[in-house]
Design a protein around this ligand. Sequence first.
Ligand code: ZN
Length: 180
Amino acid sequence: MAGVERSKLPDFVQWPSFPFTGEIRLKPFEASAAVEPPRRGEDPADCPSCAAGDADYLWTDDRWRVKALPKPGGLPMVLILETRSHLDLGDLSTMHAAELGVLTVRLERAIRSLDGVARVHVARWGDSAAHLQVWFLARPYGALHLRGPFMTMWDDILPPVDERKWREDLEFLAAYLNDA
Ligand SMILES: [Zn+2]
């Protein structure tokens, strides 16, 4: 599949939010795997989320835990919501599912209330970790070139945000979540 014509590239390479410029070429397509490989922590005994203590998390309750990344990235805030138990999205009970909705709205509201945040993107991929992780990614106010689905890339591309402000924001978010 080498040598896809430039005119065959998808429209999104022209979007202002596409992080790359210059000559873009597609990688050759890999043949489909006959069997999907195991994800990280497929066996709960080897699951990093299950092994982590509450001290590694920003906020916890009986059924949910919220963590930040170990250090600031290019986006003002990235948080990850996990179930306390070893569950994936489709495993959630009706109660868990209802709480996921409530917590998603609460986290979106909390992060969006930070200074300098315009929007919060919410995503769950589930391709690398077996344990449910819902990502909350804050887009800086006015950073219109970060709009849309490439924002996870921009988190790695942009220089890290100020660590002191990031830690203050984490304290604010922990207080916000504890307050509800
Ligand atoms: Zn787990």
